[in-house]
Design a protein around this ligand. Structure first.
Ligand SMILES: Cc1cc2nc3c(=O)[nH]c(=O)nc-3n(C[C@H](O)[C@H](O)[C@H](O)COP(=O)(O)OP(=O)(O)OC[C@H]3O[C@@H](n4cnc5c(N)ncnc54)[C@H](O)[C@@H]3O)c2cc1C
Length: 339
């Protein structure tokens, strides 16, 4: 706690123009609209200031928690007074590389990325246009929908590893993308800065039509009118979480302001003033009931804070041997991590 206060003072001195939100309610930064105050949210305007903040935190033996659009988070009502969040909101560069791949910084929304691809006649990201997260949050969890996943289109990810402050370009093959997971979600300490997407040429009209079709499907089936964090549980192998929950008679089940959506049993929605405790207890009730009735164990897809990480748990640096920055492939892609 004391270290965090010292780090915050130093960050303020080093980056006086940067937005630093102090004691900021997380309910303002999460799609669930739930969560008490986090000690601070730093909103660096570029990668240089972001890396400066990580450096200061490291000197105080701290690591940041990276915040994308907050669409997959359940934050505690009690707040997170021992945490500094690093928002990627201002990392918004998005452009075509000379070889036709797309370069996107971490804060770019997946919907903007998908629209950019469509406008440039590139197909493969239609599935992502309705996912409300960012490139960083999407790569972290290998976001997917309607049969597509980011892993199908990501070529590489550049991240800053807080353990050694190094920049690494990690080829997709080394990102360990799996169903709603990646190397980044399995190990703490990497701040995703950007990603390169390799897509196929396609007809812009057809791509736009596909995006419209998927987004209509989403509006039809999902409770988009109420705050949520998307699917509350991962899809268990061989089953669908929503079908199991429905089968157990839990559709519409309510705990205070938290409810299993009446429209889509896979979503937990905030019907008004829900607390994190209410959502959590409801999720545990659903999980226990489904297990008791069907024998299937549901696993939360929503990330429940506070995070369970310690910088010292990640030494020696797990990024060693994953370095591809000086790899010929990094040059082939026409960019370096400093871009
Ligand atoms: C209505 C609704 C529909 C949804 N539909 C889908 C769907 O179809 N498919 C799907 O997969 N998900 C879906 N989601 C969930 C969510 O949008 C995705 O998981 C998304 O990828 C989260 O991105 P985010 O930027 O909001 O991340 P956040 O919620 O801000 O963060 C999630 C995790 O990612 C980490 N993270 C974020 N950015 C970075 C970064 N730059 N570097 C390192 N770590 C980072 C955070 O630390 C955190 O652990 C939905 C959510 C909602 C509310």
């Amino acid at each position: 706690m004391e270290n965090l206060e010292l780090a915050i003072q130093e960050i303020k001195r080093a980056l006086p123009g940067m937005t630093l939100l102090e004691n900021e309610p997380m309910s303002r930064h999460t799609s669930f609209r739930i969560g008490g105050a986090v000690r601070a949210i730093a909103v660096p305007s570029d990668m240089t200031s972001l890396s400066h903040i990580c450096d200061i935190l490291k000197q105080h033996e701290l690591a940041p928690f990276v915040l994308g659009n907050g669409t997959n988070l359940l934050c505690p009502d009690e707040g997170l007074q021992d945490l500094l969040m690093l928002s990627t909101e201002k990392l918004q560069r998005l452009y075509l590389l000379p070889d036709g791949a797309i370069y996107a910084e971490a804060g770019v929304s997946l919907s903007r990325l998908a629209s950019f691809a469509q406008q440039n006649g590139l197909k493969g990201l239609e599935f992502a246009s309705g996912i409300p997260g960012t490139v960083g949050g999407g790569c972290f969890i290998n976001a997917g929908a309607y049969g597509g996943e980011l892993k199908d289109v990501v070529e590489s990810v550049v991240c800053l590893y807080v353990g050694d402050q190094g920049l690494y370009e990690v080829a997709a093959a080394n990102c360990e993308f799996g169903y709603r997971q990646s190397w980044f979600s399995k190990h703490a300490g990497a701040v995703i800065l950007s990603a390169v997407f390799r897509l196929e040429a396609g007809d812009p009209e057809e791509i736009a039509a596909k995006m419209r079709e998927l987004n209509e499907k989403r509006r039809d089936k999902q409770p988009l009118e109420l705050p949520s964090a998307g699917s509350a549980f991962k899809r268990p192998e061989g089953h669908f979480a929503a079908a199991l929950i429905d089968q157990c008679g839990l559709k519409g089940y309510r705990n205070g302001g938290a409810q299993v959506s009446e429209k889509h049993a896979g979503f937990v929605v905030n019907v008004g003033g829900a607390t994190a405790h209410e959502v959590y207890d409801l999720m545990m009730h659903v999980r226990n009931t489904v297990f008791r009735e069907t024998g299937v164990q549901l696993e939360p897809e929503v990330i429940i804070l506070p995070p369970d990480y310690k910088l010292e748990d990640h030494s020696p640096n797990p990024m060693r041997n994953r370095v591809t920055l000086n790899d010929p492939n990094a040059e082939e892609s026409g960019k370096t991590a400093e871009e």
